[in-house]
Design a protein around this ligand. Structure first.
Ligand SMILES: [Zn+2]
Length: 283
């Protein structure tokens, strides 16, 4: 992932971070980035994931609690931070308030780290031959475990926001399906059915529960109430937003709640979701 206007954008974001709202700003920024990435660059940014990892492959074929979206958000955050701290190390050297912003973020998430002031660089800034050798970048590398903890926490919070956004999830799953369909990544045969698509897998109760609550017990297409509180004749169906037969994956983020009628109407190659949301209250 590379921003076209990376330096300007980062500078603006750093200012927001320094304004004492680092935690909220970072999550909002991350959620915004993920949304734009999946929307605009589609499967290019998905190539940042390790598609040969057995964990990832098992995850997208058998419903893993660490969803593909978790992996994607984490990869995007890690790539962005690594790039930012190397490429703009000079800006951080010149602006202690920028370093303060980074440290504020680590503190806001209660991640232990060695403050930059206590770091003893091997190469002083005036002897550094590249930005990679700048003390700030060396400090970042020395604190990478702390940053990884931070990225995990940011991933959890960003996931929380994005899992509720079905329009985003549909775009994300479409990008994943496009990538798998393009043949740029290979899913081993053992995970596929006879027609070459990912085979159907058992839908765990924790996925059903999460999807049911996210979709408020209603069919996402026609909004009919499937809770059974008022009428017992409604049957709920857990549906793949992007169908398996259209290169969809068995991932919690690709599942939605439908009523029987809408489920029968939706063909097994169609990719769709409902964009209407139940309001918390009427205004
Ligand atoms: Zn329906």
């Amino acid at each position: 992932m590379r921003f076209r206007d990376a330096r300007d954008k980062q500078r603006a974001l750093r200012i927001v971070s320094c304004a004492g709202e680092s935690r909220l700003a970072e999550i909002a920024k991350t959620a915004y980035i993920e949304d734009r990435q999946a929307c605009l660059e589609n499967n290019e940014s998905l190539m940042e994931l390790d598609w040969e990892s057995q964990d990832l492959l098992k995850g997208i074929t058998c419903f893993s609690r660490v969803s593909l979206l978790h992996r994607y958000i984490y990869a995007m955050i890690a790539v962005e931070h690594r790039y930012e701290y190397r490429k703009n190390a000079d800006l951080y050297e010149e602006g202690p308030e920028l370093i303060q912003g980074v440290e504020d973020l680590l503190r806001a998430y209660e991640v232990p780290f060695l403050p930059y002031k206590k770091f003893k660089p091997v190469i002083p800034v005036d002897e550094a031959s590249s930005r990679e050798e700048y003390p700030f970048h060396r400090w970042f590398l020395s604190q990478e475990e702390s940053f990884e903890q931070l990225w995990e926490k940011l991933t959890d919070e960003t996931f929380y926001l994005l899992f509720g956004n079905r329009a985003f999830l549909l775009r994300f799953n479409q990008a994943v399906a496009e990538l798998i369909g393009s043949g740029k990544v290979t899913i081993p045969r053992e995970f596929l059915d006879d027609t070459g698509f990912i085979r159907r897998a058992y839908l765990p109760v924790w996925v059903r529960d999460a999807v049911y609550f996210r979709d408020h017990g209603r069919c996402v297409l026609c909004q009919v109430d499937l809770s059974g509180l008022l009428s017992a004749d409604r049957v709920d169906h857990f549906d793949h937003m992007v169908a398996l037969a259209a290169h969809g994956v068995n991932d919690p983020c690709n599942i939605q709640l439908l009523c029987e009628t809408c489920n029968l109407r939706k063909s097994n190659r169609e990719s769709m979701t409902g964009l209407r949301y139940s309001p918390w209250w009427s205004v």
